[in-house]
Design a protein around this ligand. Structure first.
Ligand SMILES: *[C@@H]1O[C@H](CO)[C@@H](O)[C@H](O)[C@H]1NC(C)=O
Ligand SMILES: *[C@@H]1O[C@H](CO)[C@@H](O)[C@H](O)[C@H]1NC(C)=O
Ligand SMILES: *[C@@H]1O[C@H](CO)[C@@H](O)[C@H](O)[C@H]1NC(C)=O
Ligand SMILES: *[C@@H]1O[C@H](CO)[C@@H](O)[C@H](O)[C@H]1NC(C)=O
Ligand SMILES: *[C@@H]1O[C@H](CO)[C@@H](O)[C@H](O)[C@H]1NC(C)=O
Ligand SMILES: *[C@@H]1O[C@H](CO)[C@@H](O)[C@H](O)[C@H]1NC(C)=O
Ligand SMILES: *[C@@H]1O[C@H](CO)[C@@H](O)[C@H](O)[C@H]1NC(C)=O
Ligand SMILES: *[C@@H]1O[C@H](CO)[C@@H](O)[C@H](O)[C@H]1NC(C)=O
Ligand SMILES: *[C@@H]1O[C@H](CO)[C@@H](O)[C@H](O)[C@H]1NC(C)=O
Ligand SMILES: *[C@@H]1O[C@H](CO)[C@@H](O)[C@H](O)[C@H]1NC(C)=O
Ligand SMILES: *[C@@H]1O[C@H](CO)[C@@H](O)[C@H](O)[C@H]1NC(C)=O
Ligand SMILES: *[C@@H]1O[C@H](CO)[C@@H](O)[C@H](O)[C@H]1NC(C)=O
Length: 419
């Protein structure tokens, strides 16, 4: 049985961004045998998938749609087989989760992702029509037996050339009742937060304290992406600063590290499609940052939907990898560029946010390789408003003083005349 409901992941109000509403499909998947349920999962997931085209690689974001259904290959296990949840979606794609357990714990033992490159709506210009299957055994979802695994935080799993990002997961396998157990095993990512849902801005993040040597303001870089015929289809100029919470090898604790992207060591690549565009910025082999923009062809408006980062910095104990494909930043109109000179913080998840400065992007509708007229972000407008308001207030004050003076003068004139 599959039940789905679109829901609002979170409405987060940040002083500098206004209200950001993120909508993502929550999917309910149940594996039943006879009339008892053995696996039940309620979750959101999205996939960043990199594939080959005739002209290099391309990365797309594919969400697990609300229409996903449980495949017949799913099973409750037994007879030496382990429980297996398969979700089928789209044009021949599938996500499989295999479970194992011992007396005290159960876990997702493996994750299999199958994607069909002949699905041109998701994989335009793929140079192959293969069905690709990738698998990993490091998924990191573990819970106590007879409890529900809960993880509201986004948790990325790298599998082959893809990243699967789960969020808002409640799931139980080896179930003994008909519904999810009220006892929960909360994932470690959620434990650092007292209030769960929307990813808090980095300033209110609980755990990491020491910020090593904050860098100065980053410098602005100019980046572009070209079509297969060499025409520029995406333009960006911006100064970027990455803010990552990670475990520091030297300090033996979790720290928040703020690092500027160095434009003169950064290369850009990406792809453009009619309704989606990606920009990938690579700084040496230390930092890789991907932006995914989508265009709503009904409303002719675009926005930044996805951000993913892979960072391998010297003080990390391992590569840092995270992504979020349900963002809603940098909203602009087709045929216009989006501009934000003021600093903006794009919260990706509780461990990663991106600070942007002096930004102008145009992911769609570039003509003659140049930015079109800019739409200014709200913060810039507010910043312009402050001098206007102050100016208006001063002008008002001057006017009042002037009127008072004139009235005063008139009164005193009248006074002289009576004498
Ligand atoms: C998580 O999903 C449930 C439905 O399964 C929904 O009611 C809830 O609002 C979601 N929570 C968040 C933080 O998105
Ligand atoms: C399970 O289904 C069988 C018939 O298929 C029925 O006899 C039995 O009562 C059901 N058990 C429960 C707990 O609903
Ligand atoms: C697809 O392109 C990649 C490189 O872009 C190449 O390595 C691969 O062999 C190509 N595959 C096919 C089936 O043409
Ligand atoms: C996934 O893990 C389970 C349990 O360890 C195993 O039985 C199953 O064969 C694995 N699936 C794949 C595709 O390797
Ligand atoms: C169950 O497995 C976990 C790791 O998968 C292990 O730490 C734990 O000791 C095991 N428990 C038992 C009772 O075997
Ligand atoms: C889980 O629940 C089942 C049935 O209620 C019980 O037999 C089993 O001992 C429980 N296991 C644990 C580890 O609590
Ligand atoms: C790939 O792109 C380059 C320029 O970006 C172009 O010269 C070449 O013809 C393209 N190849 C194909 C097969 O489109
Ligand atoms: C290049 O390709 C794009 C679509 O990919 C097309 O809109 C544009 O007209 C082409 N430009 C030239 C000069 O062929
Ligand atoms: C790191 O910290 C933990 C506890 O905070 C401690 O047990 C461990 O010995 C420390 N390791 C090093 C290398 O200092
Ligand atoms: C890159 O730019 C920084 C300042 O923005 C400068 O310090 C550094 O020397 C430059 N590196 C190279 C290789 O040009
Ligand atoms: C890339 O990584 C290797 C080690 O993995 C390192 O030796 C090399 O200096 C790095 N290159 C750059 C440009 O950072
Ligand atoms: C696109 O915009 C229209 C009109 O604003 C809206 O009804 C529709 O839901 C949007 N589509 C998506 C996929 O956001």
């Amino acid at each position: 049985m599959t039940r789905t409901c679109p829901f609002v992941v979170g409405i987060a109000c940040f002083a500098i961004l206004g209200c950001v509403t993120v909508v993502q499909s929550q999917v309910t998947l149940e594996v039943t045998e006879g009339n008892s349920t053995c696996i039940k999962a309620e979750l959101s997931a999205s996939f960043f998938i990199t594939y080959d085209t005739a002209n290099g690689t391309r990365t797309v974001m594919v969400p697990l749609p609300g229409s996903a259904v449980v495949g017949v290959a799913s099973s409750c296990g037994g007879d030496g087989r382990s429980p297996w949840l398969v979700a089928l979606f789209g044009d021949g794609h599938a996500l499989g989760l295999g479970f194992s357990s011992n007396d005290s714990l159960y876990s997702v033992a493996n994750l299999t992702l199958q994607y069909n490159l002949s699905d041109v709506s998701n994989f335009p210009e793929a140079n192959s029509t293969d069905v690709v299957t990738v698998e990993t055994t490091s998924v990191g979802m573990v819970a106590r037996v007879n409890t529900t695994y809960r993880c509201i935080s986004a948790s990325p799993v790298i599998v082959g050339g893809a990243t699967v990002t789960f969020s808002n997961v409640t799931m139980e396998a080896f179930m003994t009742g008909d519904d999810l157990s009220p006892n929960e095993s909360v994932c470690t990512a959620d434990q650092s937060f007292t209030t769960a849902p929307p990813p808090p801005p980095s300033t209110t993040t609980a755990a990491p304290t020491p910020v090593p040597t904050p860098p100065g303001t980053p410098s602005q870089g100019s980046y572009s992406v070209s079509n297969s015929n060499g025409t520029v289809c995406l333009l960006a100029r911006m100064a970027l600063q990455l803010n990552i919470s990670h475990f520091s090898a030297s300090q033996n604790q979790t720290i928040q590290e703020v690092v500027n992207l160095l434009p003169n060591q950064t290369t850009s690549s990406g792809s453009c499609d009619p309704t989606s565009a990606t920009l990938v910025l690579t700084q040496g082999n230390a930092t890789n940052l991907s932006f995914l923009f989508t265009l709503n062809s009904t409303s002719n408006r675009y926005h930044l939907t996805g951000l993913s980062v892979v960072a391998a910095w010297s003080d990390m104990t391992g590569p840092f990898n995270t992504s979020n494909s349900s963002l809603d930043y940098q909203r602009g109109s087709l045929g216009r560029s989006y501009m934000c000179i003021s600093e903006q913080t794009l919260v990706v998840d509780q461990n990663f946010s991106l600070n942007t400065f002096q930004l102008q992007v145009q992911p769609f509708g570039i003509t003659r390789g140049q930015f079109a007229q800019a739409e200014e972000c709200q913060l810039d407008q507010d910043n312009m408003l402050i001098p206007i308001v102050v100016g208006a207030a001063l002008a008002g004050l001057v006017l009042i003083v002037l009127i008072a003076y004139l009235i005063g003068r008139k009164r005193s004139h009248a006074g002289y005349q009576t004498i």
